[in-house]
Write a protein that binds this ligand. Structure first.
Ligand SMILES: [Zn+2]
Ligand SMILES: [Zn+2]
Ligand SMILES: [Zn+2]
Length: 247
C-alpha cells in the first residue's frame, strides 16, 4: 500500500493539523497552554511517541506519569492499537526484555531480541526506573504475527495527572487508502495480499468470508483478527482535512 511522504496528524489539545516531524515541538508549547488553570497536584509526566517500527505512518503521542508501570503502558498500547486475542507482549529497553508472565513464555521466544537480551518480568517496573528523556525503546505484541513498535520519551514536565492515567495528545490521520479495483476510499484489507478494497468490491471477492479485515488506523491493521480499539473513545479514523492536501 502506498504512503504519503509527509505524515500529518491531529493535536487533540488544539485540534490543529501538524506534521509528524514538528509535533514534538508543537506539543511542548501546546501542552502547558491547555492545562487546567489551577491544577493543584502536579507530578512528573513523560511524553512518549509510539510508532510502527516498520509502518511509521502510524504514530501517536501520549502523556503518562513517569511513575506509571510498564504493564500500564502495555495495556494502553493494546487498548488503542493492538489487542485482538490476548497475545503476549514485551518491551525491549536498553538490552533488557521486559515480559508479561516471563516464566510462562516458551523458551522458543526467549531469544526474541537476540541471545544477549536478559528477560525480566515487567510487572511493577516503573517507567522512570528504566527510561529517561531522549531514550528510544521497542515493543512487540504477539510473537506469532508480530506488530513491532518503536517508542521514544520525547519530553517530561510537571503537570496534572491525566484522567484514567493516560492522555492521548496527538495521532496520525488515517492513511488515505483506495480500493485496488475502483479507486474509491477503501474500508477493508485483503489479508492474503495486503490490498485495500471498498466495501462493495470486498464483498464481491471470492475470499470475502475468510480473508478480509476492516481497514483501521493502527499499525496492526490486517493482522490476526484485529478490528480496532474495543473502546469507542479510542477510535480515530479521520483523514487529512482537504485544505491541507491542496496546499
Ligand atoms: Zn496543539
Ligand atoms: Zn490475535
Ligand atoms: Zn472498489
Amino acid at each position: 500500500m502506498p504512503q504519503q511522504s509527509v505524515s500529518y496528524g491531529k493535536c487533540f489539545l488544539c485540534n490543529e493539523t501538524v506534521a509528524k516531524n514538528v509535533m514534538t515541538r508543537h506539543l511542548k508549547k501546546c501542552l502547558p497552554a491547555h492545562d487546567p488553570p489551577q491544577a493543584k497536584r502536579k507530578e512528573r509526566l513523560f511524553q512518549i511517541r509510539a510508532e510502527g517500527r516498520y509502518a511509521p505512518e502510524y504514530w501517536l503521542y501520549l502523556e503518562m506519569p513517569a511513575g506509571a508501570t510498564l504493564p500500564e503502558l502495555d495495556n494502553f498500547l493494546r487498548d488503542i492499537w493492538l489487542e485482538c486475542c490476548g497475545h503476549l507482549s514485551a518491551f525491549e529497553i536498553g538490552g533488557v526484555s521486559y515480559e508479561l508472565d516471563a516464566e510462562e513464555v516458551d523458551s522458543m521466544w526467549a531469544d526474541l531480541f537476540g541471545p544477549s537480551a536478559r528477560t525480566v518480568e515487567m510487572e511493577g517496573v516503573r517507567l522512570e526506573d528504566v527510561l529517561q528523556v531522549g531514550q528510544t525503546f521497542h515493543y512487540e505484541y504477539d510473537f506469532g504475527s508480530t506488530t513491532h513498535l518503536t517508542l521514544k520519551v520525547v519530553g517530561e514536565r510537571e503537570g496534572p495527572r491525566p484522567k484514567g492515567g493516560v492522555r492521548v495528545l496527538a495521532r496520525n490521520y488515517a492513511p488515505d487508502y483506495r480500493c485496488v479495483v475502483c479507486g474509491e476510499p477503501a474500508k477493508w484489507v485483503y489479508t492474503y495480499e495486503g490490498e485495500a478494497y471498498c466495501t462493495s468490491h470486498a464483498k464481491q471477492h471470492e475470499d470475502w468470508e475468510e480473508a478480509f479485515l476492516p481497514l483501521v488506523n493502527s499499525p496492526r491493521v490486517g493482522e490476526c483478527a484485529y478490528t480496532g480499539p474495543s473502546r469507542k473513545s479510542l477510535v480515530f479514523e479521520e483523514t487529512l482535512p482537504a485544505e491541507r492536501e491542496q496546499g
